[in-house]
Design a protein around this ligand. Structure first.
Ligand code: NAD
Ligand code: MG
Length: 392
C-alpha cells in the first residue's frame, strides 16, 4: 500500500534531498499530497510536474497567479499564502517532512502534527521556539517526531527503545564551520561568500551562516534538550572536522553508542522516511581507511560566542530561546544582505535578549503556540529597530 506524504519546504536543500529519495523508490510506494515553497514558482512547478502532488502551495501570496499559470492543465491544485500553507499541511498523510527554514515553519509543522501525521523534523526552529508545545502535541496526537537534523537523528538511532532513562549524556558533533581555524582579527572582515563556503555540508544559506557562527550548534543544543528531555548539562558539543560521527550517547555504564556515515543529508532523511525500517540511498559509503584519522576538539567559546549565548537562553527558558532564534534570523538576513558584519550577528542577538529580558518580555514557559509567535515578532521588531538606527 502506498504511503501518503507531504513535503513542506520542497524546493530547499532538505526538501530536494527528500524528493531525490522519493524519486528512487519503487513506483507507487509514495503518494504525494502537498509540496510547498516560499516564492520560487519555477522550482516548485517543476517539482510538482515531476512528483504529481495533490496540491502545490506557494507561501508568497503575490505569486498565486504565476503558480496557477505554471500548473494550468496539469490537474494539480494550486494555492498561495500562509493560510493555504497551513491548510495543505493539515491534509491527512502518514508522514510529513518539515523542511521550511525558520520560524515560518512553526504553524504548518504544527498543523501536520495536529492532523496526526508523523513529523520528520528538519525545522529545528519548531523545538527552539516552542519545544514544549510540539512535544506535547505529538504526545496528545500519538504522532511520532522523527529527527532529521543529522546529530539528532544519530542520537535517536543510538537510543535503544526503553534505554533513554540510562543516558548519562549525549554529544553533538560540529564540523566547526569555515572559520574554525581563523583568528578573531580575520573573522571581523568575513564576507558573505566566505561564510557560505561550508567545508563539509552543502545546505541552505541561513543554516550555512549559522554553522559559521556556531549558532547552529547552539540551536541544536536547545533542540536536543527538548527532543530528548535532557537538562542542558547533559548535552555536550565537540568539534569533529571530518563530520563522520554525527552524535554520541553515553550510558551510565560507560558504553558510548554513536551513528556514523558520510556527511550526506540523504542518510538521516532516509532513516526518518523509512523508520523503523531502512531503505537504500545513493550516499557515498563510509571508507574509514581512506579517511584515516578522526579529530576532536572542544569548541572555542571566545571566537564563537553564539554557543554561549544559546546556552544562556536555554537556561532562561522558552521566551529567551524563541527570541534568540528570531533575533538570529533577522541578523543573519542582514548579514546576507551585506548590511552588517559577521561578528555583529551574535552581538545583535545578545543585545536583543538583554533588552527583552530587562523588559520582562521573556516568559520561562509558553502557554501555546501563539505566545511563542508573539515573542518571535517582538524580537524581530527589536533587531530591525536596531538595524534601522545603525544605518540611519
Ligand atoms: P533552504 O533555504 O534550502 O530551504 C528552505 C525551504 O523553505 C525552501 O523550500 C523555501 O521555499 C521554504 N521557505 C523559506 N521561507 C519560507 C516561508 N517564509 N514560508 C514558507 N516556506 C518558506 O533550507 P534548508 O537548508 O533545506 O533547511 C531547512 C530546515 O532544515 C532548516 O530549519 C534547517 O535548519 C534544517 N536543517 C537543514 C540541514 C541541511 O543540510 N540543509 C541540516 C539540518 C537541518
Ligand atoms: Mg545539524
Amino acid at each position: 500500500m502506498s504511503r501518503r506524504i507531504s513535503i513542506l519546504g520542497a524546493t530547499g536543500s532538505v526538501g530536494t534531498a527528500t524528493l531525490d529519495l522519493v524519486g528512487r523508490a519503487p513506483e507507487g510506494e509514495f503518494e504525494i499530497v502537498a509540496l510547498t515553497a516560499h516564492s520560487n514558482v519555477k522550482a516548485l512547478a517543476e517539482l510538482a510536474e515531476k512528483f504529481r502532488p495533490e496540491i502545490a502551495v506557494i507561501a508568497d501570496n503575490a505569486k498565486a497567479d504565476e503558480l496557477a499559470d505554471a500548473l494550468k492543465g496539469s490537474g494539480i491544485e494550486t494555492a498561495a499564502g500562509p493560510v493555504a500553507l497551513v491548510e495543505a499541511a493539515s491534509r491527512p498523510v502518514d508522514w510529513t517532512m518539515a523542511a521550511i527554514v525558520g520560524s515560518a515553519g512553526l504553524e504548518p509543522s504544527a498543523a501536520a502534527l495536529q492532523a496526526g501525521s508523523s513529523l520528520a523534523l528538519a525545522n529545528k526552529e519548531c523545538l527552539v521556539c516552542a519545544g514544549e508545545y510540539f512535544i506535547d502535541l505529538a504526545r496528545q496526537r500519538d504522532a511520532l517526531i522523527l529527527p532529521v537534523d543529522s546529530e539528532h537523528n544519530a542520537i535517536f538511532q543510538s537510543i535503544y527503545p526503553g534505554q533513554d532513562k540510562f543516558i548519562r549524556k549525549i554529544t553533538l558533533t560540529a564540523s566547526g564551520g569555515p572559520f574554525r581555524d581563523w583568528p578573531v582579527e580575520k573573522m571581523k572582515s568575513v564576507t558573505r561568500e566566505d561564510a557560505l563556503a561550508h567545508p563539509v555540508w552543502s545546505m541552505g544559506d541561513k543554516i550555512s551562516i549559522d554553522s559559521a557562527t556556531l549558532m547552529n550548534k547552539g540551536l541544536e543544543v536547545i533542540e536536543a534538550c527538548r527532543l530528548f528531555s535532557l537538562p542542558p548539562e547533559q548535552v555536550d558539543v565537540v568539534v569533529h572536522r571530518q563530520s563522520v560521527i554525527h552524535g554520541l550517547v553515553e550510558y551510565i555504564d560507560g558504553s558510548v553508542l554513536a551513528q556514523l556515515g558520510s556527511p550526506d543529508m540523504r542518510i538521516p532523511i532516509a532513516s526518518a522516511l523509512s523508520w523503523p525500517e531502512r531503505i537504500d540511498t545513493p550516499a557515498e559509503r563510509l571508507d574509514l581507511a581512506r579517511i584515516g584519522q578522526l579529530d576532536f576538539e572542544a569548541p572555542d567559546k571566545q571566537r564563537f560566542p553564539a554557543l554561549r549565548i544559546a546556552r544562556e537562553a536555554l537556561l532562561a527558558g522558552e521566551g529567551a530561546t524563541s527570541a534568540l532564534n528570531a533575533a538570529n534570523e533577522v541578523a543573519v538576513a542582514a548579514f546576507l544582505e551585506r548590511r552588517i558584519g559577521f561578528l555583529d550577528i551574535p552581538r545583535l542577538v545578545s543585545d536583543c535578549l538583554e533588552q527583552l529580558d530587562a523588559d520582562h518580555a521573556l516568559p520561562q514557559r509558553f502557554n501555546g503556540l501563539e505566545e511563542a509567535l508573539r515573542v518571535d515578532r517582538l524580537a524581530r521588531d527589536r533587531v530591525r529597530g536596531q538595524l534601522a538606527s545603525v544605518s540611519a
